[in-house]
Design a protein around this ligand. Structure first.
Ligand code: SF4
Length: 399
C-alpha cells in the first residue's frame, strides 16, 4: 500500500494536471512558468518545512511556506491515534491538549524528513510552547531548526522578518514575499468564508457527502494556488459548487453558535468532528471564531464595548470573542450555544461564569464541552444528541 505521504502527493499532482487541462493548448512558451523557474533558481532554498496540523488551514500554510518563505512544504498525512499518543507520552500532564497535538505533529513531521518545523506564537501559554517543544524534541534526539513566530514578533514585524531571513532563507525576494503574504491572508479569509457557508447549509444537503466533496475539491484547488488570482478562482468554484447542491432546509432550523478556545472550537481533530456531528443532526452551525476574526480583523476593544455588560477587561486569547459571540447569538435568537475548550485552558475556564450569566439573562441553553486526549467519541455523541433533543423540544413548545 502506498504511504499516506505519497497518496497526498498523488492527489495533488492529479489536481494540478486537471487544472492544466483547463488551459488552451498553445505552442507559445508558458511565460508564467518561465518566470517562476527564473525566480525559483534565484530565491528558492531547498529545505523542507512543516507546520503542525490546524483546522482547515493547511493550504494557506503551504502557500506561506512555498510562496513567502520560498522553501519546500512538507504536507502531513491525516493524524492517527499514534500521533496523539506520541504527543501525550512526551508531554507533562499539566499542559493543555493543543500542546500535545502539536508535539505529536512535529514528531511525525521530523520522522517524515522535515528540516524545519514552524510554530506560531500565541497570546496565552501557546507563546511559550515553541521553546518547550523545541527542547522536548531535542531531548528525544531530533536535529532540526524551528521557526518560532513568538521570537521575532516581540520586536515587531521588522524583527520577525529578520528572524525569517536569518533562520529560513536569506535569499527571499522581499517585495515578492510581501505580496504573497497578502495572498496568504486572502486565502485564510476565503477559507473562513467558505467554511461559514458550509456550516450554515451543510446540515441540510439532500445527498449525503455533497458538501464534503465540494469542500475537498476546494482544498485541493487551493493547494495548487500560486497567486491571488488562483485563490479567488478556487473560492468562486467552491461557492458555485456549494450553491448547486440541493438542500432541504426547514424554515426554522435549530441554530447553534459554537464559541470557545482557538484550537478546540475549530479544529475537528481536537473536538472530535464537532462540525460534522452537529451538521449530521440537522443543525445550522455558526462560529464567529476563526483565523480571520481572531487575527486578521481582530479589534478586541471594539468587541468588548459590544459586550460591556459582561466584561470590563481583556481576559485572554479568545475570551472577548467567546463572550461577545455568545451575546450576539443570544440576541439573535439562536436555540443554543456550545462552548468548547481544552482541559486546563485557564482563559476559557474564566469565561464560564460569564457565559452562565448570558445563559440566564437570555434563557439560552449552553452546553459546555471540555476535551482532553482521552475524550471519547461515543460520550460526545450522547451529549450532543441530548442537547439537540432538548433544544428541539423547547423550540416546539415555544412555537
Ligand atoms: S487558549 Fe487555552 S487551550 Fe489554547 S493554547 Fe492557550 S491555554 Fe492552551
Amino acid at each position: 500500500m502506498a504511504k499516506p505521504q505519497s497518496m497526498i502527493e498523488q492527489v495533488r499532482s492529479s489536481v494540478a494536471v486537471e487544472l492544466d487541462r483547463k488551459r488552451k493548448p498553445t505552442l507559445r512558451p508558458d511565460k508564467k512558468a518561465e518566470k517562476k523557474a527564473k525566480h525559483r533558481a534565484k530565491h528558492h532554498r531547498p529545505m523542507k518545512a512543516a507546520f503542525f496540523r490546524y483546522c482547515y488551514y493547511d493550504p494557506a500554510f503551504k502557500f506561506f511556506v512555498e510562496q513567502v518563505l520560498d522553501v519546500d512544504y512538507l504536507p502531513l498525512p491525516e493524524a492517527t491515534r499514534q500521533t496523539t499518543e506520541v504527543g501525550v507520552q512526551n508531554s507533562s500532564d499539566y499542559v493543555c491538549t493543543p500542546y500535545k497535538h502539536i508535539l505529536g505533529d512535529f514528531v511525525e513531521a521530523l520522522d517524515l524528513g522535515a528540516d524545519m518545523v514552524i510554530q506560531f506564537g500565541g497570546p496565552c501559554r501557546l507563546g511559550y510552547y515553541g521553546e518547550l517543544q523545541e527542547s522536548a524534541l531535542r531531548d528525544m534526539g531530533y536535529e532540526f531548526d524551528m521557526l518560532n513566530f513568538a521570537h521575532g514578533i516581540e520586536k515587531g514585524y521588522l524583527g520577525w522578518a529578520k528572524e525569517v531571513l536569518s533562520k529560513v532563507n536569506p535569499d527571499i525576494d522581499i517585495p515578492h514575499g510581501v505580496v504573497k503574504l497578502k495572498g496568504t491572508a486572502k486565502m485564510m479569509e476565503l477559507l473562513d468564508e467558505a467554511r461559514d457557508y458550509f456550516l450554515a447549509y451543510g446540515g441540510f444537503e439532500r445527498k449525503r457527502g455533497s458538501f464534503d466533496k465540494a469542500w475537498d475539491g476546494y482544498m485541493n484547488e487551493l493547494r495548487c494556488a500560486t497567486d491571488e488570482r488562483d485563490i479567488n478562482q478556487a473560492y468562486k468554484h467552491v461557492m458555485e459548487s456549494f450553491r448547486a447542491i440541493e438542500i432541504d432546509k426547514p424554515e426554522r432550523p435549530i441554530r447553534i453558535g459554537v464559541v470557545g478556545e482557538m484550537f478546540t472550537a475549530i479544529d475537528e481533530r481536537s473536538n472530535l468532528g464537532l462540525d460534522h456531528k452537529l451538521m449530521s443532526l440537522g443543525v445550522e452551525v455558526h462560529r464567529m471564531l476563526n483565523f480571520t476574526n481572531r487575527y486578521l480583523h481582530y479589534n478586541e476593544p471594539n468587541l468588548r464595548v459590544g459586550a460591556k455588560d459582561y466584561i470590563t477587561y481583556d481576559m485572554g486569547p479568545t475570551s472577548t470573542l467567546t463572550i461577545a459571540a455568545a451575546k450576539q447569538y443570544a440576541q439573535a435568537g439562536f436555540d443554543g450555544i456550545i462552548h468548547a475548550k481544552s482541559a486546563g485552558c485557564t482563559p476559557e475556564i474564566d469565561c464560564i461564569p460569564v457565559l452562565q450569566k448570558i445563559s440566564e439573562d437570555y434563557a439560552i441553553p449552553i452546553l459546555y464541552l471540555t476535551y482532553d486526549s482521552q475524550t471519547s467519541d461515543t460520550g460526545l455523541d450522547t451529549r450532543l444528541e441530548a442537547f439537540y433533543d432538548m433544544l428541539a423540544m423547547k423550540k416546539e413548545k415555544l412555537s
